[in-house]
Ligand binder design. Structure first.
Ligand code: NAP
Ligand code: HSE
Length: 441
């Protein structure tokens, strides 16, 4: 079977270059790789120096030319951004071409529209590289874990911020220096605000929630806090208390205990992104550098963790090529139009709703800057107690002429009660400001 599959590449940056390197060296890889033929590549600027050897006649500055080329069977979108990426994906689908994309921003916002168009046209849109870089997580959720009722998906799903936090904790490096290193290494988004403000992780947890819980969620409703306001002293205090700080994305099915026999019951989910204290003995605490890890809790599997490089050229290209091979395998084997493989195509089977975020329950880390005077800790403790917030520990770290820093770790409490107690505590005359409020596992 030597049927060639024509590949059209939209983008030749960090990920696109990694894909080309794999396609140009098929030896030792799955034999299907040698059946993939790179037909055309679009870039923004043809004159730019490239890290890979490409015949310049294969390059174009018009991405629609790639999509419309009759020799191209599969479109690989690794250009990023919302437009023209969304329109190019829809155009490819309308021409009956399957699509592979690493673009979580476009899938988190327009995934439903794209999946509907793809299913109607009888083509695949595969997105393995959109979450977790090189870690296989999308297809495992769609296929290998399909027999489970998923209770919770949580993890570290942004490589740039994990790299920054790891370097800052390891050697106290300055935030800005580490961010610029992550950009040089090709981990960061073209606008790194998407990484450090948590939006990239929110895109990814929205995608994972849709797959894990059976239906899309509204991306704009995911409460999101990034690491951009995190202070080095919080990493230090956390470490002294036996925790690491990680940017976690969490999605939990709060309705699983009430699920009736009706498979199509809506799922009531809590989903959020937030810097979180993770006990040093927890498996996520040891995930450092650009690595990502995703913990899935389901019935009957229990807990399973997926771990590996969450960004970068080679790892992400590995995921992209896996998707191309899935499509190429089907194209090579089929002799006529066949129905889509239901496990590989995008599928929803119920509605998913996000609950009001005040219903989310978790432990908290709070740093207060206060006057260093008798009775302050007592008054803070009383206000937490009045609002039914139970304290696990309360410690004064620093006392100087400027005042004291009081760090509180609470037991699990709902966000509504927590916010209410913090607003009362802020009114105490001895409390100068709220230094930090983070989640805690
Ligand atoms: P990148 O390095 O910035 O590369 C983007 C490529 O697309 C460049 O070749 C650029 O052309 C081209 N391009 C951008 N806008 C274009 C337009 N309007 N018209 C034509 N060409 C255009 O980005 P990347 O890091 O490879 O990321 C690509 C996608 O993969 C994004 O969706 C990103 O979120 C996702 N992703 C990235 C990683 C990672 O580790 N980097 C991991 C997982 C997923 P020029 O080269 O001429 O500028
Ligand atoms: N900017 C993203 C990250 C790329 O750092 O995780 C991988 O999706």
């Amino acid at each position: 079977m030597n049927k060639k599959i024509g590949i059209g590449l939209l983008g030749l940056g960090t990920v696109g270059t990694g894909v080309v390197k794999i396609l140009q060296s098929p030896q030792g890889r799955n034999p299907l790789v040698s059946q993939l033929e790179l037909i055309k590549i679009s870039v923004r600027n043809k004159e730019k120096h490239r890290k890979t050897t490409i015949n310049s006649t294969n390059l174009t500055e018009d991405p629609f030319e790639v999509v419309n080329d009759p020799l191209v069977n599969v479109i690989v979108e690794v250009m990023g951004g919302l437009e023209p990426a969304r329109s190019l994906i829809l155009e490819a689908i309308s021409l009956g071409k399957s699509v592979v994309t690493a673009n979580k921003a476009v899938i988190a916002r327009h995934g439903e529209e794209i999946a509907e168009a793809a299913n109607k046209a009888g083509v695949y849109v595969l997105i393995e590289a959109a979450v977790g870089g090189g870690i296989p997580i999308i297809e495992p959720l769609k296929q290998s874990l399909g027999g489970n009722k998923i209770r919770k998906v949580s993890g570290i799903i942004n490589g740039t911020t994990n790299y920054i936090l790891s370097q800052m904790s390891k050697d106290g490096s300055a935030y800005k220096d580490v961010l610029s290193e992550a950009q040089k290494l090709g981990y960061a988004e073209s606008d790194p605000a998407a990484d450090v403000e948590g939006f990239d992780a929110a895109d990814k947890i929205s995608i994972l929630s849709g797959l894990a819980f059976g239906g899309p969620i509204n991306r704009s409703e995911v409460p999101t806090k990034g690491i951009n306001n995190l202070e080095t002293r919080d990493l230090d205090y956390a470490s002294r208390l036996g925790y690491s700080i990680k940017l976690l994305a969490i999605a939990e099915n709060l309705s699983h205990q009430n699920v009736t026999k009706n498979l199509y019951d809506p799922a009531h989910l809590a989903a959020w992104v937030e810097p979180t204290l993770v006990p040093t003995e927890h498996p996520l605490a040891g995930v450092n550098g650009v690595n990502n890890a995703i913990l899935i809790e389901g019935d009957p599997i229990g807990e399973v963790m997926f771990y590996g490089p969450g960004a970068g050229s080679g790892p992400t290209a590995s995921a992209v090529v896996a998707d191309i091979l899935n499509i190429a395998g089907i194209k090579t084997m089929s002799t006529k139009d066949e129905p889509l493989d239901p496990l590989l195509q995008a599928a929803s089977w119920r509605e998913c709703h996000l609950v009001d975020s005040t219903r989310i329950s978790q432990k908290n880390y709070v740093r207060l800057i206060t006057e260093d005077s008798p009775g302050v800790i007592g008054r803070i403790g009383n206000l937490f107690g009045d609002n039914k917030v139970s304290i696990q520990s309360i410690v004064q770290f620093d006392a100087s002429a400027d005042g004291a820093e009081i760090v509180v770790i609470t037991h699990k409490v709902n966000k509504g009660a927590m916010e209410c107690s913090l607003s009362k505590i802020r009114e105490l005359k001895e409390v100068k400001s709220l230094g930090a409020h983070l989640g805690c596992l």
